[in-house]
Design a binder for this molecule. Sequence first.
Ligand SMILES: [Zn+2]
Length: 318
Amino acid sequence: MRRRARPGLNRVTRVPTLVLTSAVLLVGGLAGCAGTSGTALPAAGGSPSSASPRDSPGAAASGTGGAAGTPGASPAGQHNGNAPLSTAAPAPTRAAQPLAGQVIALDPGHNGANWSHSAIIDRLVNVITELKACDTTGAQTDAGYAEHTFTFDVAKRLARLLRAEGATVVLTRHNDHGVGPCVTQRAAIGNRAHADAAISIHADGGPPTGTGFEVIAPGRIAAPDAPVIGTSGRLAVDIRNAYHGITGEPYSDYVGSRGLDVRTDLGGLNLSTVPKVFIECGNMRNAADAARLTSPRFRERIAVALAAGFTAFLKRHS
Ligand SMILES: [Zn+2]
C-alpha cells in the first residue's frame, strides 16, 4: 500500500532550478513511509547542528518501561470531575498547565480515503527540493492495520493530553475518512496557526527485519524552514529522548542514527515556518513493532511520550 517514490522513478521529478546548499538531496536507499529516504544524521553539515552534541545516550535512559509496562502516568491536568461546585478547584497554576499559551500543530499522516482518490493525491506539488505526490496512502501492518488509522488515533490521544496541559492544539485533519490534505497544506496549517511547535506523526513501512523508531528533522537548504532549522533540530532531540525513554521503543536499526535522521525531501518540513519534526513511531512491517503499534495501550504511551517531549522543548523555548 505504500507509495515509495524513488529518485528517477514514478512521480518524483527533480526541479532543475533549485538552489541547494548541500549534497544530501535524494540519495535514495531505505525509505520512510513519507517517501524517499534522506541522509542519516552523521552526514556532515546537513544534520541539525544542535542535535549531535546533545545526543548523549544517558539523556534517553530514564524510566524505560518497555511496551508492556504499566500505563504511562498521565501528565498534569487530569480531569477531577467529582469536585463539588462549592469547593471549585483554584485556577490552574503554571505547574498544572505548563503549556498554557502554547500552540501545537499535530499532523496525523495520510488519510483514510486516500487509497481510492489517486487522482487527487497523486497530483504533484512543489516541496522545494522536488515535485512529489500531494499525499500518499501510507503503510500498514501485515494484518492490515493502516498507518492512517494509527496516526489519527495517536493524534487524538496526544491532542487530549496537550489540551489538558493548557495548549491550543491545531490538527491538519479532523477525521480518518477523508482525502489529503496535500503535504503542502499540512505545513501551511501549522504556519497559519503560528504554532510554537509541530509534528507529523507516521509509522514506517520498512524492511520486515528492521525495528525501531526515528525522529526526522529538516535539513539545511534554501527553503521556507531555514529560519527554524536549529530549533527544529532541538525539538527532534527532545521528542527522541522522551519517546525512547517513555515508550521503550528502540532506535531504528535500519535508518537514521540513534533515533534521529535528517531529510530534505519532505514538504511538511521544508515548507514549515514553525519548528517541526516528523516521527516514524515504529516499523509496521516488523512483527514486534506491529504488535506494539496495534495496541491501544501502547498508543496511549506514545501520546504520553510525545506530550512529554513537547513540554520539555517548550519549557526552554517559550
Ligand atoms: Zn507515513
